[in-house]
Design a protein around this ligand. Structure first.
Ligand code: ZN
Ligand code: ZN
Length: 284
């Protein structure tokens, strides 16, 4: 018999639905800690057998949040028990394709005739995000139009918003005009900050002030610095200045595998540095 854990499945779940069973079993395996971050994809838009395109999942007592959805995210979501039916909130750091393309397959899946999504879906990005989704709707028309559920598309300003057990705020990042980073605080007092793509800027330092977990992009080694992206030592500098408890690095271009990322990061940051891998899970 299926036993729904405390997060509950916020929709009437059909008996025998394969997706529902996978989602439920995965939640049952979790430990007592209610907040967990999972790296769904630790890579970029460049093909890699080791790293999928950027995406993170945040699981808390009452929320399943997916942050960015590069290609392949739907499958990765299922591997950790998140489905198109039970994801509660989609957050987007910016509209570059490596961070957003799976939105269309997610919305398409929500229309699956045999088990369409019923629960309302909230989808939040930075400035220009609503226009981006409107354009997608023009291209894909009824194939991604929500019918059995209500889709809300919103743009962050600097005012925080509340979602279930979460408080979410954002700041612009130094990448493209539309890019934002997020700070998420859960009801159990855990905090994370996620940069999305960015170069060094004061906004990410302030957004990440004393968080439990800071997730920073780390696109290139110091020897190959590219404007608009971080290197390991710049990520370390942000971690040091923000006084975060732990630093998780992700968004690695393949060239990073040829360099000692942790060593470069340690030039600036003495705290715990975690090199992200696909499907890595961290209790907060
Ligand atoms: Zn990117
Ligand atoms: Zn980008």
């Amino acid at each position: 018999m299926l036993v729904f854990v405390k997060a509950g499945l916020p929709f009437p779940c059909r008996r025998g639905s394969v997706l529902s069973v996978i989602a439920t079993q995965s939640r049952e395996k979790e430990s007592d800690s209610v907040s967990e971050l999972i790296v769904l994809g630790s890579g970029t838009g460049i093909q890699s057998l080791r790293r999928g395109s950027p995406s993170l999942a945040l699981l808390t007592e009452n929320s399943r949040v997916v942050i960015d959805s590069g290609s392949g995210t739907l499958r990765r979501m299922l591997e950790v028990g998140i489905t198109y039916l039970n994801v509660d909130l989609l957050l987007y750091t910016h509209i570059h394709p490596d961070h957003t393309v799976e939105l269309v397959p997610i919305l398409f899946a929500c229309k699956y005739a045999d088990e369409p999504r019923q629960q309302d879906l909230r989808c939040v990005g930075g400035p220009g995000f609503r226009h981006h989704v409107d354009q997608l709707k023009k291209i894909y028309g009824r194939w991604i139009e929500s019918q059995s559920y209500h889709l809300t598309v919103e743009e962050m300003d600097e005012k925080p918003f509340l979602f279930r057990d979460l408080r979410i705020s954002s700041r612009p990042m130094a990448h493209i005009p539309e890019s934002v980073g997020f700070r998420i605080e859960s009801k159990d007092g855990k905090t994370i900050a996620v940069s999305g793509d960015t170069d060094y800027c004061r906004n990410i330092v302030e957004l990440a002030e004393a968080v439990d977990l800071l997730v920073l992009e780390c696109s290139f080694p110091g020897a190959r610095k590219v404007e608009g992206h971080l290197t390991p030592s710049l990520a370390g500098r942000i971690a040091k200045e923000s006084r975060c408890r732990k630093l998780l690095l992700t968004h690695f271009y393949p060239i990073c595998d040829q360099f000692d990322i942790v060593k470069e990061c340690r030039e600036e940051f003495e705290g715990e540095v975690i090199v992200g891998k696909d499907l890595m899970r961290m209790q907060l």
